[in-house]
Design a protein around this ligand. Structure first.
Ligand SMILES: *[C@@H]1O[C@H](CO)[C@@H](O)[C@H](O)[C@H]1NC(C)=O
Ligand SMILES: *[C@@H]1O[C@H](CO)[C@@H](O)[C@H](O)[C@H]1NC(C)=O
Ligand SMILES: *[C@@H]1O[C@H](CO)[C@@H](O)[C@H](O)[C@H]1NC(C)=O
Length: 438
């Protein structure tokens, strides 16, 4: 079974165990797209990873910040739309019924947005814990690489210009060395547009021709206005029979709130999640996957090709004959992780995701709920073995096999290098991004 199949069967099992969270016979928390908390997809075992006659020697890890607060526009939408819908639900005389049960009504009565604009996109408590635990497990897996005593020569940390990545780096360091020592860790001053951590901010052609174009003309927009989504909205209204019709935007805002509130709270259920059927969630999740496929994934070659400076950084670090630093750890964003995954050839479907092939792509590999949760991370560990230099790749702490080594976990380093070195040698970032033209 591959990593995704293992996860999916695990989800089905988790649902039986957490019966409260699964009141609708399906685990809604596994369809939350990029708002999925890391605890639902991570590999939470932490025994040492050993290979005979091998010793782990270096690591390069890139991490999406942990669970955060919504952006200002999402806070605004949640605070403007949801109290009105809450009122419609509480005023409705049909409830409780099969659609909105008594315990859901209780949750709706108690629901109140506690968000403050000044906390927009900040790392939350769940996000801190995600980073602490990730670091602890990596250290347990590879104790020869992730030393528990801090030294600025052994470790190189870096984060982007944002509170959520800065705090993520701090809590990761706290997981390795303890909170007290983490305060003394040296982090370089973050750059506004970091050429390795957020290369796409510097790619003019990608920003102008892909990002902004997909936002207004893309498959995502087509799917939003297409029959699947339109029917989903219609069915939703027929099922709830509120005194006022809800539109797509209302439903989407509830989905966003369901995602964030699930990520923040392990114990309690968000009432907004209780309104969705499995069919609704499959459509809402596909919307997310479409958006990211065309903006940050396989949709356009330039999108993932431009990740070559970051891949080059990884190869330079791991190929260097210098003993230090042993660990390079970067804290960044979803946009970086997805482009890296696509550059490496992971989670590639045989067909592109489009507004028309929703059903056909039901078993797709490109599922943001699994591959782009909060705290998503990609790690490379090198080993010195009796029979040569090897490399292991982990995504969400699960061992993944890359195209050059499809039949083995531990990949021959030279093989790996040969396969990806082409993208490093042809990495003319400014030309591919049209940065030189005016
Ligand atoms: C590491 O720390 C030492 C001692 O505090 C300092 O002199 C040195 O400049 C630091 N090196 C780096 C790369 O930050
Ligand atoms: C890897 O390191 C070797 C030896 O230092 C060097 O000859 C080679 O050019 C390096 N390869 C890359 C892609 O950096
Ligand atoms: C999860 O991590 C453990 C080591 O801590 C490892 O042995 C196991 O292979 C990992 N699981 C997957 C699916 O990669």
């Amino acid at each position: 079974m591959n990593f995704q199949a293992v996860l999916l069967s695990y989800f089905a099992l988790a649902c039986v165990v957490l019966s409260e969270q699964c009141s609708k016979e399906y685990p809604f928390q596994y369809y939350l797209g990029t708002r999925t908390p890391y605890r639902l997809v991570s590999n939470s075992t932490f025994n040492k990873i050993k290979y005979e006659d091998c010793k782990a020697n270096k690591a390069w890890i890139v991490v999406r910040h942990g669970t955060r607060n919504p952006s200002t526009s999402n806070i605004e939408n949640i605070q403007k739309q949801l109290p009105k819908i809450q009122e419609l639900i509480l005023d409705n005389k049909n409830f409780p019924n099969d659609v909105v049960k008594n315990r859901d009504l209780d949750l709706f009565r108690k629901w109140k947005s506690k968000l403050d604009m000044k906390d927009e996109t900040k790392l939350t408590h769940e996000g801190e814990e995600e980073m602490l635990l990730l670091a602890e497990r990596m250290q347990n897996r590879f104790p020869d690489v992730f030393d528990d005593v801090y030294s600025n020569t052994t470790y190189k940390f870096k984060y982007t210009h944002s509170q959520r990545t800065k705090k993520s780096a701090f809590y990761f360091a706290a997981g390795l060395f303890g909170k007290h020592t983490a305060k003394d860790v040296s982090f370089p001053e973050p750059l506004k547009n970091d050429p390795i951590l957020r290369f796409y901010k510097l790619c003019k052609k990608w920003r102008n021709e892909i990002k902004s174009n997909e936002k207004v003309n893309g498959e995502y927009i087509k799917f939003t206005n297409g029959p699947y989504t339109t029917n989903m909205v219609k069915d939703f209204n027929q099922r709830l029979k509120l005194n006022k019709e809800l539109n797509f935007f209302d439903i989407y805002t509830m989905y966003v709130a369901c995602g964030f509130e699930t990520a923040w709270n392990k114990q309690s259920k968000s009432p907004w999640c209780s309104l969705f059927t499995k069919e609704d969630l499959l459509i809402l999740e596909y919307l997310e996957d479409l958006k990211y496929y065309w903006i940050d994934g396989y949709g356009h070659e330039l999108t993932y090709k431009q990740a070559c400076p970051a891949i080059g950084d990884m190869i330079n670090h791991l190929n260097s004959s210098e003993q230090f630093p042993k660990v390079v750890a970067y804290f960044t964003h979803s946009g970086t992780l997805l482009k890296l995954l696509a550059h490496l050839g992971l989670y590639k479907d045989t067909e592109p995701l489009t507004a028309d092939n929703f059903h056909k792509m039901n078993d797709r590999k490109w599922k943001t709920s699994l591959i782009d949760s909060f705290g998503t991370n990609l790690a490379f560990i090198t080993f010195n073995c009796n029979n040569g230099h090897k490399i292991l790749a982990l995504h969400q702490e699960n061992i993944v096999r890359l195209p050059p080594c499809a039949d083995t976990d531990l990949c021959d380093f030279n093989y790996f290098m040969d396969y990806y070195s082409g993208s490093i040698e042809s990495c003319d970032f400014n030309t591919m991004c049209d940065n030189t033209s005016t």
